[in-house]
Design a protein around this ligand. Sequence first.
Ligand SMILES: [Zn+2]
Length: 491
Amino acid sequence: MTTQEVLRAYRFVLDPSESQAVLLARYAGAARWAFNHALAVKQAEHQRWRTEVQALVDSGMTEAEARKRIKLVIPSKPAIQKAWVAGRGDSRCAVDGSCSWWWEVNNHCFQSGFIDADAAWRNWLSSFRGQRDGRRVGYPRYKKKGRSRESFRLHHDVKRPSIRLVGYRRINLPKFGEVRIHNSGKHLARLVGRGQAVIQSVTVSRAGSRWYASVLCKVQQEIPQRLTARQRAGGVVGVDLGSTHLAVLSGRLRQADCDSDVVEHPRHLQQSMERLTKAQRALSKTVKGSVRRVRAARKVARIYHEIAERRATYLHGLTKQLAENFSHIAVEGFDVQGLMKRPPSTLGEGRRASSITALFNRHLMDAAPGEVRRQLAYKALWYGATMVVLEPGEPVNRVCSRCGSQNPHVSVSVRRFDCWDCGFSIGRRHNAAQNIRSTAQRMIRNVPSGSGETENARGVAVRPSAGFGGGRAALKREDIRVQCPDATPRE
Ligand SMILES: [Zn+2]
């Protein structure tokens, strides 16, 4: 075993008292206020620049020249915060200001709001300039009460930690005080006690009707140096990720289960989806502003949340099994363009309620392959396995997995692959999984094993950075988003 420092999130369900729940909402409200305040400052500056450029254009200058002439400096956190501190006032000594109640909540609420506004602006700008992969990011919008996710982030001095577990059943939030947690903090408390984890920050958010605290820690993760017998027996597996079936494998996921080479989307998702449709239909029949509407909306939110939690549990289970049962897990190269082109939805058309569901459904399914990759990237490491990412554009769909001849006319809509040369007929995605496996085996063979670690080509074929963020960065993002109803992180 060697250890490696990784960022991991430990998620707790909070059990606040009534007055604490009110205070949590205030904290989140302060973060929202700060975000909107910072965004307003940025937008005002942007608007001022636009107006000045337009004035020059009106006076006969070309637009390109006018844009060059007028400097645009969008204020970011340090400047915004400085101005805010100067003008916020203080209601304790009756000094009027833009935010005289600031002292009632933790100062970090404001800081996290300012930082998030910086990020939102940056994301929009890089997307606008075409420097960002994935879906287009829109112009940053204001956060609305009741609409946007309620959350705030607190930091502390790591040397004098004020974010800490009190016993196994309470968490102390700086300035806020101690909040009871539903699940046990034993695992994390012990890690911290042994010096294997250092708490960095906590993000508190409301999802459905519950409050969660996601505690981000630097953890000394133990990395196994040897493959287990099970991993050696499993060898290399090719995984074809998709959205009709979540994954098709080149071999069985579980040795005892002969159908386990095809991983379906979870069935309970479909069941929840029916409940969701029903709840949404009920919501659409209520009168705006009525108590019933509030109640119906709360129910819809809760079901959404349940689905998201279940889906996360399911994906975590799958990636854990893959990392535990195989020495190498091979997936296709990340092709952002290909991801953006989606086949038209075949799900629920017609009624509006069901089309909303279909949209959500599609959103879930589409996100799943990327999520699986992201989890594999770090779980492979945790379990001593290796993730192999093929070069993007490898023709795994068009090649016959038996004789290797290419069939350029294979369409994604066809379910079977028929070889023109040898007459081999196989499910299209099974064929792809086999090809992913054999391509990966070729890659592994070509890797010179300098350290004598012939069984484990770790660190050479692993390319977690290909298309979905660098190793550390990917971990960090993952950890912030980990959906974990219990204190121990899912593995
Ligand atoms: Zn063939």
